[in-house]
Design a protein around this ligand. Structure first.
Ligand SMILES: Cc1cc2nc3c(=O)[nH]c(=O)nc-3n(C[C@H](O)[C@H](O)[C@H](O)COP(=O)(O)OP(=O)(O)OC[C@H]3O[C@@H](n4cnc5c(N)ncnc54)[C@H](O)[C@@H]3O)c2cc1C
Length: 385
């Protein structure tokens, strides 16, 4: 067992940290306020190939398709500075571009993947509907066959990147009987007539990340845009989410790390009762708990990435990583605000933003309750290996 990063991974960490500190940090607060991603950062992100992290070089990617740990390092370092950006790139890479790379045909890769990998087009994964949240099998958006095309009708909600995406993976119902066996994933070009973006959500946290409602009215999608096979949608969705959860866990590790670093800095600087508050045990315990939780989350996240790259079953570990990392980030952000006292609620310090950002990580791509169900289900049904 080797706990050390390779020289290449260490370099990647350093470069990404410097990039995030130089380009993302100065505009993070403003982007949060405006609820928009900064266009200059977007261009820089493309130059760095962060939209093609999990894609091989032949399709315009960074060539880290078999190095999920490196994907985690990049996501963590971006997340350490701004959750909105780590969500944007994380979702684009993990639940849109990578599934096309992994399950798509050569034609689909040529048509969609290259632009996604280069960041020319942003991707989104569209599962959730008004009546299909935790229960993915409740999808009602319908796809009806008409010759060589499928006609999509319905709407999706809460789609990350929804309002800025040009390529969507849309989970649709292609039959009327047993939903789990009648879901299919379609690759949809947002230029297709009948498609429109609905409400853009005004969120508590990760405010610069776009979260939107998407509307499909007689959207015609060619048969060749089906990802995998007809009826494979539920199975593929579960596999896509397994990988996506590694990405979210890495986002949370970055966010937790940021909360920890801000707390240590403040505890050393803030003087009360004639000494830095970091000298009080009550503060020290919070910092220790934060550090242990973030490091545990990091190890679990890296383990899930390692199992994935070894071609082993990683669904259980990625659910554990997502659960532990999101709860670590939430607790770390909470304690960071506590350590900052009144300033923990003020815009003058970033911990206020961390606290708001952390909450969504316990919700999206499966709530903490659903992660616990996934973990328990695997242990009760499959036992221990
Ligand atoms: C910011 C943000 C971004 C998102 N991005 C995307 C995206 O890109 N694509 C996408 O498709 N979706 C996205 N989502 C949707 C997200 O995945 C869902 O919100 C989430 O899965 C929960 O579904 P729900 O909101 O309908 O809650 P519900 O399913 O209604 O759950 C409500 C509560 O009930 C609990 N609950 C439900 N079922 C059970 C059960 N069986 N046992 C115990 N407790 C249960 C839940 O844990 C939760 O506490 C996003 C959501 C947010 C907030």
């Amino acid at each position: 067992m080797d706990f050390l990063l390779t020289d290449q991974q260490m370099m990647l960490k350093k470069i990404t940290r410097e990039f995030a500190e130089e380009y993302i940090a100065p505009v993070a607060e403003e982007s949060d306020e405006n609820q928009e991603l900064d266009p200059t950062v977007m261009e820089k992100m493309k130059e760095m190939n962060y939209f093609g992290t999990c894609i091989s070089e032949e399709y315009g990617g960074a060539g880290l398709h078999d190095d999920t740990l490196s994907f985690c390092i990049i996501t963590e370092e971006i997340g350490r500075i701004d959750t909105s950006w780590s969500i944007t790139t994380g979702v684009h890479c993990s639940v849109c571009a990578y599934p096309i790379y992994k399950f798509g045909t050569e034609e689909q890769k040529q048509q969609f993947l290259i632009d996604l990998a280069k960041g020319n087009k942003i991707g989104a994964f569209c599962l959730t509907e008004a009546n299909a949240g935790s229960d993915a099998a409740g999808v009602q958006l319908s796809a009806v066959k008409d010759g060589d095309e499928w006609i999509l009708n319905g709407s999706k909600i809460f789609a990350t990147n929804g309002g800025i995406a040009k390529t969507l993976l849309v989970v649709a119902k292609t039959g009327e009987k047993e939903t789990r066996k009648e879901l299919t994933i379609f690759i949809v070009d947002t230029e297709t007539p009948g498609y429109s973006v609905g409400v853009k959500e005004d969120k508590l946290g990760a405010r610069a990340s776009n979260t939107s409602e998407l509307v499909f009215q007689d959207v015609r999608v060619p048969q060749e845009n089906i990802l995998g096979k007809i009826g494979d949608g539920f199975k593929l969705t579960m596999q896509i989410l397994d990988f996506g959860r590694i990405s979210i866990a890495a986002q949370c590790v970055g966010l937790g790390q940021a909360a920890l670093e801000a707390s240590v800095k403040y505890a050393n600087e803030r003087v009360q009762f004639g000494r830095p508050i970091g000298r009080f045990q009550g503060i020290q315990w919070m910092i220790s708990n934060m550090a242990c939780a973030v490091e545990s989350a990091r190890l679990l996240t890296y383990k899930a990435a390692y199992l994935c790259d070894k071609g082993m079953d990683y669904g259980l570990t990625s659910a554990m990583a997502k659960l532990v990392a999101s709860e670590a980030a939430m607790q770390a952000a909470h304690d960071a605000c506590q350590i900052h006292g009144g300033y923990g609620l003020m815009k003058a310090y970033p911990v206020e933003r961390y606290f708001r950002d952390a909450k969504m990580t316990e919700i999206y791509e499966g709530t903490s309750e659903i992660q616990r169900l996934v973990i328990a289900h695997q242990l009760l049904r499959k036992g221990f290996k």
